[in-house]
Design a protein around this ligand. Sequence first.
Ligand SMILES: [Zn+2]
Length: 474
Amino acid sequence: MRILPAALALLTLSCATNPVTGRRELSLVSESQEIAMGQSLLAGTRQETGFYDDPALTTYVADLGMRMAKASERPDLPWEFHVVDDPAVNAFAAPGGFIFITRGIMAYLNSEAELAGVMGHEIGHVTAKHSVSQLSKQQLFGVGLLAGAIAAPEIANSGIGQAAQAGAGLLFLKFGRDDERQADELGHRYSLHQGYDVREMPKTFATLQRMSEASASSGRVPGFLSTHPDPGDRVAATQRWADTVSSYANLEAGRDRYLRHLDGVVFGNDPRQGYFDGQRYLHPVLKFQFTMPAGWQGVNQASRVVAVEPNGQAQVEVSQVAFATPRAAADSFARQQGLQLLGRNDDRVNGLPASTISFQATTSQGASLTGQATFVQLGGAVYRVLGLTLTQAAAQQGSAIAQTIGSFGPTAANQVFQRVRELDVITLSTGKTVDRLAQESNGAATATELALINGVEVGTMLPTGRLIKTVRFR
Ligand SMILES: [Zn+2]
């Protein structure tokens, strides 16, 4: 993640202990600093995760967000609203008025009022100037390798130790419990101000809670939950506020209008962006694969894919480079300042033209890294497969790195890839259960998935004429 060093520098400059709460938080950050920080997070999200390519959906979300933001206490910030191309169920706010919502969470909402609740919550973090000092410790320091800048620029950009911190690929900003509660309250207030039926808000948290329970066994918790604690309490709190509204006569949920915007939106992982099938990474479009050692974690980002040793002692990163040949790419890599060459060869990798540099480099904090950069030509592109480890761990990690790099190659001609799934918004011509809809999806979705995204139970009979979400293969 290239954005982390910049954000970190800002934090170091301006962290202070709040005398009231005793919490460390940003203090005396000017609005322009706030905006600059948000812009760097915006650039990082755009580059590492990417925005979802659906202009109609993006405009819809941005228009709604802008209406709410313009009516808020801080109408003059350079507000921006983006749909992030990520299946994770999440939404987040960067300081300065940059709001992100994933296509993942959008699939689980069932009305414009629910969307407004989520957007209003995130807008609330910005308008209430909630501390952004709480980048989670896990993100900053959870990995054994250093997080500091490294002298050689190409290696610095690889951000050793930082890829694992990115987790699902997004940088999450953690807020305190009180901040979350206040953001919920602001979300409620902003939604009401826009004429939305705020009884929809508790439904969002109820859905998140169900997802949390469903994923408890698999150990995966939706991002919006891990960064936004206590969904149970929040169902009750948002319901309590909704109960104080004197009349719902002129408030609307905007259910069908919202659902119609979801038709055709990619659901779940998008295999066209590459994916891990166990330890093997497959890219159906670029037609390459590699295999990481057992236990390693894979992080698939927009511009690269990284495999990280569980203790963060080593990593292998694959990305494309803009050179015509492996040799030219290796030449350029070898010329970097701060790189100490240990060796070089032009041996082929899995039959593909390749050029390999072995090297050492020193981080700005004085730690020594040992690495291997192998440049491989495949399908008209040159890939950089970069393995890095702390020199002191090179004896243990060297063979795992070499094995991973050596596994890089073309996918088999008869390789069957995962299929793209997308939301299918339909009007029921006869009443049916999601169980039945799942059968009709030909394996595109399970009944549990369809129950969750529609906010109903598996056995509930959905009436004729109702607009609902199902899933189809693209
Ligand atoms: Zn929040």
